[in-house]
Each structure stands twice: as C-alpha cells, then as structure tokens.
Design a protein around this ligand. Structure first.
Ligand code: ADP
Ligand code: MG
Length: 274
C-alpha cells in the first residue's frame, strides 16, 4: 500500500456490522476526526439512509446538496458530492433518506454491486488527496453494504460489548468471503474494535475475552469505553475530539487512530502546530 501521508489516495475502509447501534457511525466520525488530527486528510462516505454521520458532522439535510444517492444512481460528479466539515482535514459525502430507495432501485442494475467502486474511481477524487476514505455502512447486509465492501480495501467491524455481540459476526464474515469470491479478491478485515465497553461490567469483559479468543489479532488492542461525552457530541454536531478533547472517549479514538496507522505500517506525521 502506498504511504497515505504521501498524498496519494490509498486506503478505503468500510465500517460495517449489520446490527444497528453498535457504534459504526460513531467510529466513522471519531476515527475520521482522529486520523485527520494526525495530519491525514479523510473522507467519510455516508452510506446509511439515516444520514447520522452527516448530521453528526453538522450537515443539515436541507444543506446537503448532492448526496451519495446521486453518486450511486445519478452519476453525480464526486466533486459536487464531497463537502467540507468544520473539522480541519475531514470531508464528507453526505446521505439523506433518498438513499433508502437505493436498494430497490439497484436490484435491476447490472452493475449494482460496483456503483460505489466506480464512483470512487473518478479521477477528480485524486485531487483531494485523501489518505483514508471511511464508509459508514447501514445496519444491514444489503446492496449498499455490498457496494461498500466491493469498493473497499478492508472492513472495520465495531463490536458492541454486549450480550450476543458475536452473534451475527459469522454472517458478516460470510458476506466478506462472498464479496472476495465474486468481486473484490483483495478485500481484507482491517480489524474488530470493541465499543461501548464498561469496565465494571462482567459482560463487557466476557465479550472481550470471547472476541480475543475467537478472532485473535483481528481485535484491536484499543477498546472504546462507554462514555457519555461520545454520545453527547453528535447533538453539538461535533466529533468528541472537538466537543471534549480530554474525555476518555476522545482519548480512546485517538489511540484507535494511532493503532490503525501503526498496523498499516504508517509512521505518524509530525504534528503540524497551528
Ligand atoms: P450504528 O451506526 O452502528 O447504528 P451509532 O454509532 O449510531 O451506531 O451508536 C448508537 C448510539 O450509541 C448512538 O446514540 C451513539 O451516540 C451511542 N454510542 C456509540 N458509541 C458510544 C460510546 N462509546 N459510549 C457511549 N455512547 C455511544
Ligand atoms: Mg449508523
């Protein structure tokens, strides 16, 4: 993989888990913000019709203009879909509820699984020099999630530290294998990150030990704690790194960003001080 800090487009990561409420969107926003804070330009692609990543970064529906729906189904130029956010180095391709009809509209399309991949191959994207593109997937293994996996280099799986967390994971991994066989042989698992972890709760510890036992090194060392500042931040349309930079949640997402960079063999850039 080329070094993302060299300014060439290099890694597309789909953040996926067909369960809702496990921390996909939270991870997209805050991992994105943390990587941006390390000096790596980031694009978040909002592929969930609920548009939570877009709202959480301050893009009100009315102000969204062209969206990922237009990107997939209307051949919209990528430049007209990408919007800056208030977070330096962090851009978003927003979504609105329009996208909820995409799954049905895509079925009849011959290229239905390849539309996002092809959209992200538009030469205009290169000029933005994004180091990472993080795709926030919907809570299903629908065609939208398949589009994300076909377009991606890897899949990052947030795992909520709750009972039944590991259930459903085999289905997700099966989908990854199917996408590998049919459309994207190079697709890898970036890793599994435990979210909403509560140290005082035996259940969290049980989920952690089960995950580490079953998935080994795929599980990130960094664990995202349950932290109220993380859940408050979206209502202020900010990543937790901006809302409360000293909070446990912000520190955990910084650690996750650094672990992800290290796992990819990427040296951290010198932090540019403003
Ligand atoms: P998904 O995108 O998988 O549906 P979200 O990222 O939207 O899940 O998270 C679901 C809810 O849990 C949101 O209200 C979010 O603010 C909250 N949440 C996510 N991660 C944490 C955390 N580490 N601590 C506290 N609340 C969290
Ligand atoms: Mg979400």
């Amino acid at each position: 993989m080329p070094d993302p800090s060299s300014g060439t487009l290099s890694k597309i990561i789909a953040i996926a888990n067909q369960k809702g409420g496990v921390g996909k969107t939270t991870t997209a926003i805050n991992l994105g913000a943390a990587l941006a804070a390390e000096g790596f330009p980031i694009l978040i692609v909002d592929l969930d019709p609920q548009g939570n990543a877009s709202t959480g970064l301050g893009l009100e529906s009315a102000a969204r203009g062209l969206t990922t729906y237009d990107l997939l189904l209307e051949d919209a130029p990528i430049d007209e879909v990408i919007r800056p956010t208030k977070v330096p180095g962090l851009s978003i391709a927003p979504a609105t509820t329009d996208l909820s009809s995409a799954d049905i509209e895509l079925v009849a399309n011959e290229k239905r699984s390849f539309l996002l991949r092809d959209a992200l191959r538009q030469p205009a994207l290169r000029r933005h020099r994004f180091s990472f593109i993080l795709i926030d997937c919907p809570p299903s293994l629908s065609l939208l999630t398949v589009n994300a996996m076909v377009a991606a280099d890897s899949v990052l799986v947030p795992l909520q530290s709750e009972f039944y967390a590991l259930e459903g994971l085999s289905q997700l991994l099966l989908t990854v294998r199917q996408v590998r066989q049919s459309a994207n042989p190079a697709l890898r698992i970036e890793g599994v990150v435990l979210t909403m972890y509560d140290r005082r709760n035996n259940l969290s510890q049980q989920v952690e030990s089960d995950a580490r036992e079953n998935l080994g090194e795929l599980v990130f060392n960094t664990i995202i704690p349950r932290n109220v500042r993380i859940s408050e931040a979206p209502s202020y349309a900010m990543p937790v790194l901006e809302y409360d930079p000293a909070s446990k949640g912000a520190l955990a997402y910084r650690d996750l960003a650094r672990e992800l960079l290290a796992r990819n063999g990427i040296e951290q850039k010198e932090r540019v001080q403003a």
